[in-house]
Design a protein around this ligand. Structure first.
Ligand code: PMP
Length: 353
């Protein structure tokens, strides 16, 4: 048997392109925040003694877990911190989906879920969204080994209200339900109030979008203490020291600046609404967004053509060549000036059609 037979075969997740941001390039393809992190983070960077790096960091990122617990009104033991929510979600898949029944999630959702399921050999089934890209609660009332719902969903940008999440939870006491709230700060309704009532609920969040920390890599999960303990047991079986000391310190500084956080989000939401309106005037349909991006389709011109044109003009948006969504563009909300240039480029292009 050749040694290559022993190599695990995987089809990896493909993230959006990361072109060098130089000159007039506008990057609206990976849902990053166009604004810098809180000025308090800059102060934390200057205040962190280099000496700290000599020592291993705290195994549970305790200062950050404590800050997040206080922020959300939870116990420190209810928070698990990881290297971005991808790390947190991957650990959740490995920890909570060890059964034989299929894990359920929508056919159109964050395209990392099936990659982790394949990697960890977790059985799964995807359930189609409705024609108008909504999740149907009834689909999740059947035997399963777990459920994953992104709320707001990606790349659709559509949020489901809290009673929808509770409906899924009431029907699924015997499986773990993960609610991925990567985009919740931009207008979704959090499942946090349900944590007390449902011991099988896990909520994941990220600092990458609303806290402008995509490059710093911080994500976290909130759940009952027993579930957090299970996550830590799995994590300690792979790599105890996932969070470096700088990320822990800067994360705490970010959580500490609520006014800046709120102000940045309000700006992005205002720009989103303005951009959606301008896109509609140009003949696009935008799904109702509760996220920091729009999912838009033009009535006449194919999405791929628009994507290619924008790229030639140094504007990067995301296009998924996948069934059902291959006539849509996912457009991250940038600054007002960036979105005005996007609209101007689109107007110019569409006039030639
Ligand atoms: N969940 C969803 C729905 C996302 O879109 C993303 C961003 N790609 C993530 C999780 C992961 O984000 P991060 O690892 O940067 O926290």
């Amino acid at each position: 048997m050749p040694y290559t037979d022993n190599i695990r075969k995987v089809t990896p997740y493909v993230p959006g392109e990361q072109p060098k941001v130089t000159g007039d390039l506008i990057k609206l393809n990976t849902n990053e925040n166009p604004y810098p992190p809180s000025p308090k983070v800059k102060q934390a960077i200057e205040a962190l003694p280099v000496e700290t790096m000599r020592l291993y960091p705290d195994v549970t990122a305790a200062p950050l877990a404590k800050a997040l617990a206080a922020y959300h009104g939870l116990k420190e033991e209810q928070v698990f911190v990881g290297v971005g929510s991808d790390d947190v979600l991957a650990t959740c898949f490995l920890t909570f989906f060890a059964g034989k029944k299929p894990v359920l999630f929508p056919d159109i959702t964050y395209s990392f879920y099936d990659v982790w399921a394949e990697l960890y050999r977790i059985p799964y089934e995807t359930l189609p969204l409705t024609e108008d890209f909504r999740i149907r609660a009834d689909d999740y009332k059947r035997e399963n080994g777990g459920i994953v719902i992104a709320n707001p969903n990606a790349p659709t940008s559509i949020a489901q209200p809290l009673p929808f999440i509770e409906e899924i939870l009431t029907e699924n006491h015997d499986s773990i339900v993960i609610v991925d709230e990567a985009y919740v700060d931009f207008g979704g309704e959090t499942a946090l109030p349900l944590l007390k009532k449902y011991k099988n609920l896990v909520i994941t969040r990220t600092f990458s979008k609303s806290r402008s920390f995509a490059g710093m890599r911080i994500g976290y999960a909130m759940a009952d203490e027993t579930l957090i303990e299970a996550l830590n047991n799995v994590k300690f079986s792979i790599n105890s020291y996932t969070m470096n000391c700088t990320a822990i310190a800067y994360g705490v500084a970010s959580v500490d600046d609520e006014p800046y956080f709120k102000k940045t989000i309000a700006k992005i939401v205002a720009t989103r609404e303005k951009t959606a309106e301008a896109l509609r005037e140009l003949g696009f349909t935008c799904l109702p967004s509760s996220a920091n991006f729009l999912f838009a389709s033009h009535k006449n011109v194919p999405a791929e053509e628009i994507f290619t044109y924008l790229k030639s003009r140094n504007i990067y948006v995301r296009f998924f060549k996948k069934p059902r969504i291959d006539n849509y563009l996912r457009i991250t909300i940038g600054t007002d000036a960036q979105m005005e240039r996007l609209i101007a480029e689109l107007r110019g292009f569409l006039e030639t059609k």
